[in-house]
Design a protein around this ligand. Structure first.
Ligand SMILES: CC(C)(COP(=O)(O)OP(=O)(O)OC[C@H]1O[C@@H](n2cnc3c(N)ncnc32)[C@H](O)[C@@H]1OP(=O)(O)O)[C@@H](O)C(=O)NCCC(=O)NCCS
Length: 168
């Protein structure tokens, strides 16, 4: 199956709708920390991305929405402008079919090289082993540990793993 990666245009109603519903799926799974947004809120957020920030969308050759990935500036400091923060979300039906990998190889990594993002870093929930394996497979490594960083309805607070990658 072919995976087509393209940069998101905030005025694409279908992309915005698909992203909102995937965020809600991941919220139910407990695999994302993103809040729930209405389509209007998401469209406004996407329309306000800074020049160096981007969202990539994966679709099948039959135009089915498969997932998305984002790259944002991590800090508001000129000395940290080479630092980016990224995320990846893939529809459950299309997982383990290299969609996430394609979003990075064809979208995020080339974008980082072109737009001066060299250090990528973020944290993943300690219990999200799939995300950990996914990012390790891309070349990220664990560089820190946050104790009780994230509040959880079920178990008080949960720990998170800080991961980083240097883009050559
Ligand atoms: C994490 C996620 C983005 C992975 O996307 P994906 O398209 O399924 O991943 P890929 O098929 O590209 O897999 C790439 C590599 O990741 C690892 N991986 C992916 N899924 C895995 C799983 N279920 N178990 C173990 N390793 C896994 C493997 O190393 C895989 O390499 P391989 O295909 O050579 O075995 C997807 O599971 C997802 O959307 N999860 C919910 C949201 C989330 O947790 N996002 C990450 C935090 S922002």
């Amino acid at each position: 199956m072919q995976v087509i990666i393209s940069i998101l245009k905030a005025n694409s109603k279908q992309d915005v709708k698909d992203i909102v519903s995937l965020i809600n799926i991941c919220r139910q799974e407990g695999t994302t920390l993103l809040n729930s947004y209405t389509e209007d809120e998401e469209r406004i957020f996407l329309g306000n991305l800074r020049l160096r920030e981007a969202v990539f969308v994966a679709r099948s050759d039959q135009d089915k929405f498969m997932g998305f990935a984002s790259i944002m500036q991590r800090f508001d400091s000129n000395r940290l402008s080479h630092c980016g923060e990224a995320g990846t979300w893939v529809m459950p039906d299309f997982r383990q079919q290299s969609v996430g990998k394609s979003l990075w190889k064809k979208g995020i990594f080339p974008w980082c090289r072109k737009n001066g993002f060299k250090h990528l870093g973020f944290f993943v929930m300690e219990n999200n082993k799939v995300a950990l394996y996914f990012y390790e497979n891309l070349g990220f490594h664990i560089c820190g540990y946050h104790r009780k960083l994230i509040s959880s309805n079920k178990s008080g607070y949960i720990d998170a793993l800080e991961m980083e990658f240097w883009v050559e």
